[in-house]
Design a binder for this molecule. Sequence first.
Ligand SMILES: C=C(C[SeH])C(=O)N1CCC[C@H]1C(=O)O
Ligand SMILES: [Zn+2]
Length: 598
Amino acid sequence: SLEDEEIRARAYVKLLNDKIALRNNRETLAAWKYASNITEENLKEQLDVSKESAKETKEDWLETIKFNWRSFGDYDLRRQFEKLSILGKSALPEEKFLKLEKIISDMQTIYSTAKICDHKNKTKCDLVLDPEITDILANSRDPEELKHVWVEWRHKNAPAKELFRDYVKYANEAAVLNNFTSNTGFWLYDYESPTFVQDVESIWEQLKPIYTQLHAYIRTKLRQRYGDIVSEKGPIPAHLLGNMWAQSWSNIADFTLPHPSAKRADITSELLNQGYDALKMFKTAEEFFVSLNLKKMTPEFWERSILVKPNDGRELVCHASAWDFFDKKDFRIKQCTSVNFEDFTTAHHEMGHIQYYLQYSDQPVVYRQGANDGFHEAVGDVMSLSVSSTKHLKRIGLIDANTPDNDAVDLNALFMIGLDKIAFLPFGYLMDKWRWGIFDGNITAEDYNCKWWEYRTSIQGVEPPVDRSEDDFDAAAKYHIVADVPYLRYFVSFVIQFQFHRAACELAGEYDPEDPTKPLHKCDIYHSTKAGESIAKMLQMGSSRPWPDAMEVLTGQRKMDASGLLEYFRPLHKWLEAENKKNGAYIGWESTQKKCTK
Ligand SMILES: C=C(C[SeH])C(=O)N1CCC[C@H]1C(=O)O
Ligand SMILES: [Zn+2]
């Protein structure tokens, strides 16, 4: 009978989850070994383990789909079976599966080992992205040097184009074998909403006004600094924004602050002066989580994480990442940490992933995921929003407690966060809009690069420093494109993290919508175990319920919306509108003069 089958199914899924935990552990150990030491041998070992794992996963899947799980009465059992009936890449026949895995590893290796020559010292050709090239983009104010580094980095990553074409082909084939129309459907599946793309688009429409105001103001300041290489009404040249992908503009805060005379101490120099090293940055981050009565890191975390770039000459993937080894003890971060505020923030971001792993570690493996992928990216950033507040930086001594707290200082601080959070939004949106277009067949390989620049220009308002062509493949200059990592999760995170922050701040008594002395952007939830308790409850759910249920636990809301972000930046939005009006700044941008030839 169906009852008997459900009883059998419950025992089956318990065993299967434990089996999957062991398989995931083996796979993750092999993946870690390769990502932290790129050698032919480690690649071969990783591919062998993935092949074996895919074979077993497919065998288990054939058993799983025999159950009549759609008619089970028990919601939780049905949900587990539904998730377990999605096979993923393992649906591919073995040799195609291996080809796809190798293509993704090879693209990532090109990116992680790419080296360029220095602009000034042409014989110095060992510059890698992390830290040398990143530091030049952040600190150089020489447009010729910035252009050189921007162009050379893309030149070295263009060879990924041929691999990417095959990646698209195999990823789509795998998606179709999972009954999706293309990889787009597979990537959007866990958001559990047929209107998710429209919801994202309408949120972007609500956020466009504040972005165009910031964009107009920054273009004015860049024209003052660099002159006519920055047009008055056109897109902003992408190499001048302090970041290789123009996705975060906080590195050009020093000459764009609203109130330069009220400039605060540079946090990076404070970190260095106070003898911070990578370990101290991560210990400080841990202390923030523990202050909320959230979990501390495990002994294995401190023993096995890689928190500084190894100097033994090995090649490794330096892009920051957090790893769950599915044994409830072994959790790791791999980050080539520099002692600066950006990496201090990233340390919190990555530790947010570990916190989520810890909080849902008692869930069956099938639920050890974020409520949706945006939740996983938001946890650490919620902490960073408090840590970045002037109040908190004074509490931990990174800002001198005696420095005056006035409106100018306060607006500068809000502006700094805006250069990170507001600037990011169109980039977070267009990264997958471009890839969806490719997976769905609307963008063909002949148009990859010019379509990329069409979106970068029309949505983000940036343009390349030099003309481009279809011989270039500029999307591959970004880690997530070559590593098969979806990106919508970050757009979602940058929206919902403000909903989470607002709720946590209310619980902490740090924000009151009726009390103008407690604006959202001044909130610091440090030591609020009340906020921590609600955050923990949301995180413990993993993906055991649809994400609106999880969001409701912390915020009382069931919808993703822009109100938290707009509330947080309201004072900055007002100031930008007034400043742009005063400057007679052109709001928005006309089409680019730069060409992209087929
Ligand atoms: C820090 C990580 C690892 Se999940 C990251 O990739 N992030 C965090 C912010 C956006 C995105 C990026 O760097 O592009
Ligand atoms: Zn992340």
